[in-house]
Design a protein around this ligand. Structure first.
Ligand code: UDX
Ligand code: UDX
Length: 458
């Protein structure tokens, strides 16, 4: 009998993860369902709903063979006994915990849908990032009916990062599976472990109790974001003292206890996870009366806002204290390179603040202009969307690098400079440009956490 797997939620996590499982476990039939018919239609087309390097090839190799996308959630539940759930868990926008707690309504709705349609026992796996103890609530809902069907809930959080999702799925640092320490729990865990063990060395598959697993995902994201906020605070100090944040990060990161990764000072971190998960952690700490712990982690998000506002203030001060009527080109809008995703992108904050200063904003990005349009639709301001960076920069007073796309490292800045208003400025929110070279061309260059290079007399 063919083994089957269902995934509910065909998003950035569900789609790529199931494609990888299908490609590594060709004897499994993998079905991904979603309530959004446009999303499913896109997964079934040549124009996938998300951009991710390597995803097209993976989908081409598996779709229609042992990977299927469908809107039939109920049928999927009936036909599959292993169900991954990766529906979204956004920050709650209403009622208790608004702006902080996770909105679990989609999760609970999905649990009830599983309960209503299940005709046999199921293993239900939390793929979405969830507050600690969510599995308990799920178990209670799922096992609320007196019949012979039983449900085992596991936690198996996904650690992939966008832009490198396929590489991360193929070669993860670790896979984490949390389960109940009962015979049934262990049996369910082994069923999932067997899937990953097809391509991941056993020593990298970590098993823990279910609450540790749920919490580890929140903590991993909080620690990653904390490193960025930490180096960003130091970038502010570097700008005051003529130290260079890249040199400091290098010196600090060479300590093997600290490590070199995730120490790039930037305009701020974005993405759908970091802010949401930290606020979720903060909410949990407050819920359990741990005010000091909550305050500690909340500052990581506070510093991220500070860093973005600092970027705006640096533009304003450098450009003679007025941005009104000036044309400013944002190079990049995605929250990081190699994705079209703009969720929580610092570029949204920067575009909004520039509009508040009555600047005209030209937005350029190789993959994210569609999402940028949606993000800025509700914001008042003069926004233009031009994919070609040379066209976008024409007639602008300043360039502001928002995303570390490789493309921006190798543009002909001499050609760009010629077509810009003078004095021309560069604000490098990612420290990816050759600042000295740009200065020599004639630009006034403002990196993050490094002394600016300007042609003005001090
Ligand atoms: C989501 C969560 O945001 C994140 O917390 C978690 O770690 C993984 O899942 P992502 O895949 O990026 O991340 O979310 P998104 O791209 O929004 O995909 C979720 C999908 O679930 C959407 O396509 C949505 O239509 C679908 N969905 C939502 C359902 O199929 N049923 C629902 O009831 C709700
Ligand atoms: C993150 C986690 O890395 C991943 O493990 C988890 O599953 C989901 O959340 P993601 O948000 O996709 O992944 O991207 P990530 O590479 O972590 O970058 C997040 C943000 O931090 C981006 O805006 C990025 O530009 C920024 N960043 C990252 C920095 O500003 N400096 C750095 O040194 C690293």
């Amino acid at each position: 009998m063919t083994k089957t797997i269902l995934c509910i939620g065909a998003g950035y996590v569900g789609g790529p993860t199931m494609a990888m499982i299908a490609s590594k476990c060709t004897d499994y039939r993998v079905t991904v369902v979603d309530i959004n018919p446009q999303r499913i239609a896109a997964w079934n087309s040549e124009d996938l709903p998300i951009y991710e390097p390597g995803l097209d090839d993976l989908i081409r190799a598996t779709r229609g063979k042992n990977l299927f996308f469908s809107t039939d959630v109920e049928g999927g539940i009936r036909d599959n006994d292993i169900i991954f759930v990766s529906v979204n868990t956004p920050t709650k926008t209403f009622g208790a915990g608004a702006g902080m707690a996770a909105d679990l309504q989609y999760w609970e709705k999905t649990a009830r849908q599983i309960l209503e349609n299940a005709q046999s026992s199921k293993i239900v796996i939390e793929k979405s990032t969830l507050p600690v103890k969510t599995a308990l609530a799920m178990e209670r809902i799922l096992n609320s009916q007196a019949n012979d069907i039983s449900f085992d809930v596991l936690s198996n959080p996904e650690f992939l990062a966008e832009g490198s999702a396929i590489r991360d799925l193929e070669n993860p640092d670790r896979v984490l599976i949390g389960s109940r320490e009962t015979d049934r729990g262990r049996q369910a865990r082994n069923t999932i472990l067997e899937i990953y063990a097809r391509w991941i060395p056993r020593e990298r598959i970590l098993t823990t109790n279910i609450w540790s697993s749920e919490l580890s995902k929140l903590v991993a994201n909080a620690f990653l974001a904390q490193r960025i906020s930490s180096i960003n605070t130091i970038s502010a100090l570097c700008e005051k003292t003529e130290a260079d944040v890249a040199e400091v990060a290098r010196a600090v990161g060479m300590d093997s206890r600290i490590g070199a990764k995730f120490l790039n000072a930037s305009v701020g971190f974005g993405g759908s996870c970091f802010k949401k998960d930290i606020l979720n952690l903060v909410y949990l700490c407050r819920f359990y009366g741990l005010e000091e712990v909550a305050d500690y982690w909340e500052r990581v998000v506070g510093i991220n806002v500070y860093q973005q506002e600092r970027f705006i203030m640096s533009m304003l001060t450098a450009m003679f204290n007025t941005l009104a009527g000036k044309r400013i080109c944002l190079l990049g809008f995605a929250f990081k390179a190699n994705t079209g995703d703009t969720r929580e992108s610092p570029a949204i904050f920067i575009a909004r603040r520039l509009a508040e200063e009555h600047a005209e904003v030209v937005i350029s990005d190789p993959k994210a202009l569609g999402n940028a349009r949606l993000d800025l639709a509700k914001i008042d301001g003069a926004f233009h969307y031009i994919e070609d960076p040379y066209e976008a920069a024409k007639g602008c007073h300043a360039l502001a690098v928002m995303t570390e796309w490789d493309l921006y490292r190798t543009l002909d800045y001499e050609k760009i400079y010629e077509k810009m208003d003078k004095p021309a400025f560069i604000f490098d929110g990612r420290n990816i440009l050759d600042h000295k070279r740009c200065f020599e061309i004639g630009f006034n260059v403002y990196p993050i956490g490094k002394p600016p290079l300007t042609h003005f007399e001090v």
